[in-house]
Design a binder for this molecule. Structure first.
Ligand code: CAA
Length: 388
């Protein structure tokens, strides 16, 4: 039985900051951001946009050609949760008008948890082939104004439907994973911004990649050369270059610049222009690879490496299905990116500094473009959403 991705889409904020604008405001050489970090732009969420509205927009797109009554489970992966108790997926379940006989819950392990969801969904469908699972991965990356991580912020959501009728990619059952208790990146409950030990986090990422690959290879005997493309969790796009060179090195492969570019570059296009979307970042890279690759990738094997600080890594494989292009939303995604409104630097800091009430006072949100859904009010400590 084939199990995998039947439908996949992303949504990102309708507002964007060009990192050259940030470089100018900060008096930094823009080459550092564009080439050193590998980021051109970052999506910036306006007031009234949160992980719920981002996920609902992505979900709406991913469900366009799916019978919503077939969705038996919704997993909501995030590290920017709006509530310590209620799963964000329940708001999305309501906004998308999914059936009540559906299991909904939230997942957390930094940027990794969506992958846990995907692989658990795969196992569930193996047991119940007629059921479908909607996985939502939604995040707003905030590091703080003037911090080293600021240029790696971003906002966006991925939605994908996993089923036994995959149209885009099958997900292979075997994987290699690795867990270690480290403090490379974290966000205590009392903070809005993440704390990070940036250089250390890159080293831990590479260690988790090595360990995950070693277990994957030991279990499957599948080698580096058997993959056509490699998608990585992308906190910033140059991380893929570091990761891929590292993976080649531990496999004793002398990678040419041409091979490096072929293996990873198409997968970097969207992330370079959106920023880090945490849980969805690996899957944004997968969509980018599928939509920006001029070559027909049918039947090609793709390596996927997921990393969540703290830390968990997992490496697994997918096989692209013939006809996959007919089921992508390439035009929609292109127009979503091209029609974003570019922010000035003061507009960016205004969005960044917008304060949501924390004391139960009623707050009505100013109106910005947030797609088909918006957070309209916080009242009596309750979030109120509307469909536009
Ligand atoms: N022109 C071209 N390149 C330049 C340059 C210039 N003028 N100036 C500097 N550079 C290059 C540097 O040489 C460096 O290249 P290398 O990586 O090849 O050495 C690169 O630009 C970055 O420069 P710095 O090392 O000086 O950058 P920094 O101190 O500002 O920090 C960072 C970079 C650590 C990634 C920081 O942005 C950060 O902390 N980001 C958040 C944490 C993060 O993304 N970690 C990744 C792993 S953890 C993870 O993956 C989970 C997650 O999602 C957070």
């Amino acid at each position: 039985m084939n199990i995998g991705i039947e439908s996949i889409s992303f949504f990102t904020s309708r507002y964007v900051l060009d990192l050259r604008t940030m470089a100018k405001a900060r008096g930094v050489d823009a080459e550092k951001y564009v080439n050193g970090i590998g980021q051109e732009k970052m999506s910036v969420p306006p007031p009234g946009e949160d992980v719920i509205t981002l996920a609902a927009n992505a979900g709406h797109q991913a469900l366009e050609s799916i019978d919503t009554d077939s969705i038996e489970m919704v997993m909501f992966a995030t590290e920017s949760a709006t509530d310590q108790s209620k799963a964000g997926g329940i708001y999305v379940h309501n906004l998308l008008k999914l059936k009540p006989h559906c299991r909904v819950f939230e997942l957390k392990q930094a940027c990794y948890s969506g992958t846990a969801g995907l692989l658990l969904a795969r196992d569930m469908i193996h047991q119940y082939p007629d059921r479908k699972v909607l996985i939502l991965m939604s995040d707003i990356a905030r590091y703080g104004l003037n911090s080293a991580g600021e240029i790696t912020q971003g906002a966006g959501a991925i939605a994908m439907v996993i089923s036994s009728q995959p149209k885009i990619m099958t997900i292979e059952p075997e994987s290699g994973y690795y867990t270690e208790d480290v403090m490379d990146f974290w966000r205590p409950n009392y903070r809005d911004e993440a704390l990070v030990d940036g250089k250390y986090s890159v080293r831990v990422y590479l260690k988790a990649l090595t360990e995950s690959w070693n277990l994957y290879h030991q279990r499957t005997h599948i080698g580096f050369e058997q993959f056509s493309r490699f998608c990585y969790h992308l906190p910033f796009s140059r991380m893929a270059e570091k990761a891929h060179k590292h993976l080649a090195k531990i496999n004793h492969i002398d990678l040419s610049e041409h091979e490096l570019a072929t293996h990873i570059n198409d997968g970097l296009v969207y992330n370079r222009n959106i920023g880090n979307i945490y849980t969805g970042s690996l899957y944004l890279s997968l969509i980018s690879m599928l939509e920006n690759n001029p070559q027909d990738m049918s039947n090609h094997k793709v390596s996927l490496f997921s990393y969540g600080s703290g830390c968990v890594g997992e490496l697994f494989a997918g096989q692209v299905l013939p006809g996959y292009r007919n089921h992508l939303s390439s035009d929609l995604h292109q127009s979503l990116l091209e029609s974003r409104k570019e922010l000035t630097y003061p507009e960016y800091t205004d969005f960044y500094n917008f304060a949501y009430v924390q004391d139960g006072t009623t707050q009505s949100m100013p109106t910005f473009d947030t797609g088909c859904y918006r957070l309209s009010q916080i009242k009596n400590h309750k979030r109120i959403y509307e469909t536009l």
